[in-house]
Design a protein around this ligand. Structure first.
Ligand code: FES
Length: 106
């Protein structure tokens, strides 16, 4: 099983903000929506754009390149030009810290 990587302190990521974390070469986007933390791959499935820097509206993040939107809870693509989901990753909160890991190869 892959190891957990510390992403940030809970206190350092207020609601409505995102943070990119490099986990062994994988760019993960940690998102706080109303105190709930979610983690998706920082890759748009339309053309590989970074989702970081895109507008976050509720549970939806918009790719800044061509406007595809993804659900940060499930990674689902919500509108064209993206049709495939982006990856989502396990996340946990312990002792005021946010932890993530890449479970795709477990
Ligand atoms: S790269 Fe994200 S919508 Fe095109």
């Amino acid at each position: 099983m892959s190891d957990w990587t510390r992403a940030c302190a809970v206190a350092d990521l207020p609601s409505g903000l995102c943070k990119v974390v490099d986990v062994e070469g994988v760019a993960m986007l940690v998102v706080n929506v109303d105190g709930g933390f979610h983690c998706i791959e920082d890759v748009c499935t339309h053309d590989g754009g970074e989702l970081a820097g895109g507008a976050l509206c509720g549970f939806e993040i918009e790719c800044p390149r061509h406007g595809a939107r993804f659900d940060v809870r499930t990674g689902a693509a919500l509108c064209p030009p993206a049709y495939q989901p982006t990856a989502v990753f396990p996340i946990k909160i312990e002792d005021g810290q946010v932890w993530v890991r890449d479970d795709r190869w477990d």
